[in-house]
Design a protein around this ligand. Structure first.
Ligand SMILES: *Cc1c(COP(=O)(O)O)cnc(C)c1O
Length: 398
């Protein structure tokens, strides 16, 4: 990968000069590296957020105003689709399943290794999630496993672009076409990740994004967005996310609808972040590349970027049989790590009492305990990155 060095240098200067939000110790020995960087991102936007807030207060509308419309239009133009802003990634998935007509008795194929929201959305429409295995190395939903799980009751596939890499959409779309299935992309971790040069959310019938504060772009609280291609899906979603009504008439409710709008303040914050997204994603890739090179000789597996895809590293996940010990070692050096997610869907207590079907998922079961997320975000300081490298290296080299 060729890295724009000038951009990287400029970036390092900017972040080193930022005013600290959390009191950060300048003493190298007492470094504290958080697992996630979004508090720093919001702190950097403090002034702008105050201005947007004034704009919302003075603008007279707090939901579905100019900021929301601009966000939807800019996204639609950029990704060549139509977009509806929603209240969360979870609601985006739930309402897309409803808009697709998925309901009781239908089966929806989801990967066993994902955030629980993917499958709760299926439970919310009273359909049955079917948990399938992932591919070793990328831990993305396995097309072979999907193929094996299809039954006459299968209505949809939710392809999760886990950790920031787009699933094998070529294969998923051909399975869907063969069996007449709806394809929903769970893009909550993959804002502007690409496959064959096209962004996540533009392959399936619905692309469901989370705009929760901690995602690659995110507002102050919860938020979401759905991308669609078909006019009928756009109409169905607009109604589903706003009490069954159309934008031009607030007193006619055509069908069931939830209350799942994005706030104007979050829309303003997100519209700004959208302009930063390419830079931020590139900064994530730069750090990932530094980690890859630093860890090359060590006995741990670094993230695999599949051909034809651009990863956006929502998480930088390493694979090692000593994941738990590595986490403890890093913790003792002030470095926070994460396990997303310590339990597979098939292991979650909630699904013991909910309709579901679990296919055999040997890859997910074998690999999940060995995965660990290292701190990676645009706001990570150079010396923090170095501390992570030193920490990981010292663990393996004793
Ligand atoms: C974050 C996330 C969601 C849910 O999004 P919310 O905005 O938190 O509701 C769904 N799926 C995946 C893979 C996620 O990472």
């Amino acid at each position: 990968m060729s890295l724009p060095l000038a951009a990287l240098t400029a970036f390092s200067l900017t972040i080193e000069r930022r005013p600290a939000l959390v009191k950060r110790d300048t003493n190298e020995a007492a470094i504290e590296v958080p697992a996630e960087g979004y508090h720093r991102r919001l702190a950097d936007m403090r002034q702008l957020i105050h201005e947007y807030l004034d704009g919302v207060i003075d603008g007279g509308t707090t939901v579905m105003g100019d900021f929301t419309r601009q966000l939807e239009e800019q996204l639609g133009a950029r990704w060549d689709c139509r977009a509806v802003a929603t209240s969360s990634g979870t609601e985006s998935l739930h309402l897309s399943l409803r808009a697709a007509g998925v309901g009781k008795g239908d089966e929806v194929i989801v990967p066993d290794m994902t955030f629980v929201a993917t499958a709760f959305a299926v439970a919310a429409v009273q359909a049955t999630p079917v948990f399938v295995d992932v591919e070793p190395g990328s831990w993305l939903i396995s097309p072979d496993a999907v193929r094996r799980a299809v039954t006459p009751r299968t209505k949809a596939i939710i392809a999760v672009h886990l950790y920031g890499q787009v699933a094998d959409m070529g294969e998923i779309l051909s399975i869907a076409e063969e069996h007449g299935l709806v394809v929903i992309e769970d893009c909550a971790q993959a804002h502007e990740a690409t496959y064959d040069g096209k962004p996540a959310g533009t392959f399936g019938d619905f692309g469901c994004f989370s705009m929760w504060a901690g995602k690659n772009i995110g507002g102050l609280g919860d938020g979401g967005l759905v991308t669609v291609k078909a006019e009928k899906d756009l109409r169905a979603l607009e109604r589903a996310h706003n009490l069954g009504r159309d934008r031009d008439n607030r007193y006619v409710h055509h069908s069931w609808g939830s209350r799942a709008r994005l706030s104007e303040l979050d829309a303003a914050v997100l519209r700004h972040q959208l302009s930063m997204l390419p830079t931020w994603n590139e900064q994530r890739r730069v750090i990932a590349d530094r980690y890859d090179k630093a860890f090359a000789g060590l006995p741990l597996v670094t993230p695999e970027v599949r051909p034809g895809r651009e990863h956006v590293f929502y998480k930088y996940v390493v694979h090692t049989p000593n994941a738990a010990e590595l986490a403890t070692h890093l913790r003792s050096r002030g470095i926070q790590t994460e396990r997303v997610y310590p339990f597979l869907l098939s292991e979650q207590p909630a699904f013991a009492g909910l309709p579901h079907r679990a296919e055999p998922t040997p890859v997910a079961h074998a690999d999940n305990p060995k995965l660990l997320c290292l701190p990676l975000y645009p706001e990570l300081l150079d010396r923090e990155r170095q501390a992570v490298v030193d920490g990981v290296t010292s663990f393996f080299e004793g």
